[in-house]
Design a protein around this ligand. Structure first.
Ligand code: ATP
Ligand code: MG
Length: 284
């Protein structure tokens, strides 16, 4: 079992879209996944197919010690994916936990305490756009951080800040925390700055930068309003292909093969597996 936190303190950079769709494709590839929604907006909860207005017990109850992870976990419509949902109650958690014992380790403790957590291959945590106590709890509970980023110049400043926070967490609460990788999301091939930004990020994170890039795609933005991952909403769309490739790259980087063989990958005329490179990415 591996715990991966999806984080970037900058808002709207595809954290939730990446959490939901990576979870869905890992599920389709035969892995058992627990998606933990640590954002009071509860977008991952609704995006994976759970009506957030009907969530009675959420990750909030776990954090304040009024519930167990198993007690709040729900099965989702996505194959092999379960969710520890969020709801608005989570808004209060940052304040309520300030004076709680082991306030930075509430999530880590609840994961360790839960023996059945080992039935999952991966735990993916979606975080809010801040570096507050909720995100720190996620960093303290995780083995690694996956960073979605937009190809914009000012995103580099945010990345430097996130990098500093990760170093601080390593010193203070989680010395073995690693960087899982950085994924460029909402990539727009028309943007001139794109390659410059990618070069800068590669200087910092080197081979941690994923080959797979997620294009800007209307279908990806539509899927959550139907409570579906892109795999369920439109599996032939560009966004779906990209997230399927991302899940495969993720497994490969973790030295793991898919548990069930996926359907044959589409091939081009030369017979090689088709891959989308940045130059080919376009807006639908
Ligand atoms: P927040 O910081 O508010 O939690 P976030 O980082 O989780 O935001 P998302 O909610 O995943 O970001 O994405 C922000 C918006 O952009 C959403 O409306 C989402 O549907 C849309 N979006 C995300 N990825 C893509 C994409 N590749 N193409 C088009 N739209 C996208
Ligand atoms: Mg989000």
């Amino acid at each position: 079992m591996k715990v991966v936190v999806v984080a970037n303190q900058k808002g709207g950079v595809s954290k939730t879209t990446t959490s939901v769709n990576l979870a869905a494709y890992l599920g389709q590839l035969g892995k058992h996944v627990l998606l933990i929604d640590l954002d009071p907006q509860a977008n991952a909860t609704s995006g994976i197919g759970i009506d957030k207005s009907k969530v009675e017990k959420s990750i909030y109850d776990v954090l304040i010690g009024k519930g167990s992870m198993d007690g709040i976990t729900l099965q989702t419509p996505e194959q092999n994916v379960w969710v520890a949902p969020a709801n608005l109650a989570l808004v209060g958690a940052e304040v309520e936990l300030v004076h709680a014992p082991r306030r930075e380790f509430r999530l880590a403790d609840s994961i360790i305490k839960n023996e059945s957590i080992n039935r999952y291959d991966y735990v993916i945590i979606d975080t809010p756009p801040s570096l507050g106590l909720l995100t720190i709890n996620a960093f303290s509970a995780a083995q690694s951080v996956l960073i979605p980023m937009q190809c914009e110049y000012y995103a580099l400043e945010g990345l430097a800040q996130l990098y500093k926070t990760i170093q601080l967490v390593k010193q203070k609460s989680n010395p073995t925390l690693q960087i899982e990788g950085l994924v460029f999301a909402m990539v727009d091939s028309r943007a001139n700055l794109t390659t410059q930004v990618i070069d800068e990020v590669k200087k910092l994170l080197k081979d941690k930068v994923y080959e797979t890039m997620i294009p800007r795609s209307v279908r990806l933005a539509e899927a959550p309003s139907f409570g579906k991952s892109i795999a369920s909403y439109d599996k032939t769309s560009k966004g779906a292909e990209a997230y399927e490739r991302l899940a495969k790259e993720f497994l490969q980087r973790n030295g793991q093969a898919p548990t069930v063989p996926p359907a044959a990958a589409p091939t081009n005329e030369t017979g090689s597996t088709s891959t989308t490179h940045l130059q080919e990415v376009s807006t639908p």
